[in-house]
Write a protein that binds this ligand. Structure first.
Ligand SMILES: Cc1cc2nc3c(=O)[nH]c(=O)nc-3n(C[C@H](O)[C@H](O)[C@H](O)COP(=O)(O)OP(=O)(O)OC[C@H]3O[C@@H](n4cnc5c(N)ncnc54)[C@H](O)[C@@H]3O)c2cc1C
Length: 238
């Protein structure tokens, strides 16, 4: 039986239009960078109607509260509750951490390519912060982040600063609905298609986000580009 915790939201902050950071009091759990927790929200009678999972967006070595980064879904009951009813001080019931989508242990041997859209950056931020905070040795890490327009870019200043501080950490942005912004115009796919066009065994791809992006990336990497199934991991948000 899972342990259920009840802890207050300590703070919330809008990070981009329709996207909010939530800090949940940590009762003392530890977790692996990339894992998620599951909230049991008061939005239905059946437990599966009430459960919503969220990646932990900060790293275990940050200590303190658990940070979540959540996008408001147009018609979803879960995010309606979190954005319209819950406030600082609201106690959430939750379980976790869970999940095997975690920071690889062979960082020194592989080029790690982290591909995400929107709040799919959350587990990757946890991983990158862990590498930085603990000065973990790594070969290279490449974060490829996609969103629609410049105001939607999440944790931009932080990722740019990390890219300055860590020469083997690269950060690319793709904007799908703005032609004059930073980085690439279009979808995330063009970036890894260009930069990893020759299949090789010493690269690992981790993908996080919603099914449309993940399905396309998996098809590109495995079918079109010829990478092996074991070189790919993904966390599907829905
Ligand atoms: C392991 C895991 C970790 C997750 N981590 C995060 C996270 O860190 N941050 C986060 O924002 N979400 C995360 N999610 C998604 C989250 O659990 C909810 O599904 C999401 O918040 C929508 O809940 P809802 O009740 O508002 O909408 P629902 O009623 O559950 O969803 C309505 C429909 O819209 C789809 N949908 C919802 N939002 C989007 C979107 N932005 N883009 C495309 N389709 C969408 C859903 O798949 C569903 O079909 C995670 C999901 C999983 C399984």
């Amino acid at each position: 039986m899972p342990v259920w915790y009840e802890n207050p939201i300590k703070k919330t902050e809008e990070i981009a239009p329709g996207v909010r950071r939530f800090w949940l009091e940590n009762p003392g759990i530890t977790f692996a960078p990339g894992q998620f927790i599951t909230l049991d929200l008061p939005i239905g009678d059946k437990r599966l109607q009430r459960w919503r999972s969220y990646s932990i967006a900060n790293s275990p070595s940050d200590g303190g509260d658990l940070e979540l980064c959540i996008v408001r879904s147009a018609a979803g009951d879960g995010t309606r509750y979190l954005f319209e009813t819950a406030t600082e001080g609201t106690v959430l019931r939750w379980k976790g951490p869970d999940g095997a989508f975690t920071l690889p242990t062979d960082l020194e041997k592989k080029d790690l390519v982290l591909i995400c859209t929107g709040t799919g950056i959350a587990p990757f931020r946890s991983m990158i912060r862990e590498v930085k905070n603990r000065a973990l040795p790594f070969k290279s890490i490449h974060l490829i982040f996609g969103c629609r327009t410049e105001p939607d870019i999440l944790y931009r200043a932080e990722m740019e600063a990390l890219a300055q501080e860590m020469p083997d950490f690269r950060y690319d942005i793709a904007l799908s609905r703005q032609s004059d912004g930073p980085g690439y115009q279009g979808y995330v796919h063009q970036i890894y298609q260009q930069q990893y066009s020759t299949p090789r065994p010493d690269v690992k791809f981790m993908l996080c986000g919603w099914s449309q992006m993940i399905d396309q990336a998996v098809a590109h990497l495995l079918v079109d580009m010829g990478f092996a199934r074991e070189q790919l991991m993904y966390e599907l948000y829905g």
